[in-house]
Design a protein around this ligand. Structure first.
Ligand SMILES: [Zn+2]
Length: 71
């Protein structure tokens, strides 16, 4: 068992273990909420979840705003 490292962000693998299927997203412009599945991301399982939003640009399907980010 690894020691607790509280500053380690949750990885995709951790999120899947917790039963999550994707990254919750929201639009900063129209506040529409959505989710993108981890499978659709096609990113390594050890990718920290907070870095997904920095690595990818999500476009809101409702208003086209490119500032959609992780909630
Ligand atoms: Zn929007």
């Amino acid at each position: 068992m690894k020691p607790e490292r509280p500053y380690d962000p949750m990885s995709i693998a951790n999120a899947v273990e917790l039963g999550l299927t994707g990254v919750p997203l929201y639009c900063r412009k129209c506040y529409r909420e959505g989710q993108i599945g981890f499978a659709a991301l096609a990113m390594p399982a050890d990718t920290p979840v907070p870095s997904i939003a920095r690595a990818r640009r999500f476009v809101c399907s409702s208003c086209g705003n490119r500032a959609a980010g992780i909630r």
